[in-house]
Write a protein that binds this ligand. Sequence first.
Ligand SMILES: [Zn+2]
Ligand SMILES: [Zn+2]
Length: 183
Amino acid sequence: MFFTHDTESALQFVGALTDTVPSASDSGDDELRTIAQLDALLVTWKYSGRHDRDARELGEVRAARERLRALWLLDRDAAAAAVNDLLADAHALPRLVRHDDLDWHIHATALDEPLATRILVEAAMAFVDVIRSDQMERLRVCDADDCESLYVDLSKNGSRRFCTTRCGNRMAVRAYRARADAV
Ligand SMILES: [Zn+2]
Ligand SMILES: [Zn+2]
């Protein structure tokens, strides 16, 4: 295991949330336009706590998505500053909690805080781990030229280049065709 389980799952959730933008989604559409789409994302990721199911919350989560995409792409020093801002804005207070079937992990906001705030703070706490352990290079953007998916490279040697094998295979076929054309 590279990071603690809660850090890994928080980073993977950020990947899933940010991959709803058209340049990264499977459908090529914005997959976070409706409350139903947000519901589905939260169910898939077993996201607990307050969920208002209204337009305001959806708007806030969409804004959080943009903020987290930007954070993912920052260099380490800039990311540290952004994470500190994020934690200060939300008046984050880290504490260990155990709920549902999850063992001790960190929450830095209360479960009744707005969803977007909790998403941002949970991501920020995961970034604290990534930055402290000097592993920002594990936060990747897919190498495929038509995909901007964000993913965490948890491979042993840090050699993963694509978000999915689908992207890897598509690029391999393209490279093969390009070589064949050149002959
Ligand atoms: Zn929890
Ligand atoms: Zn990809």
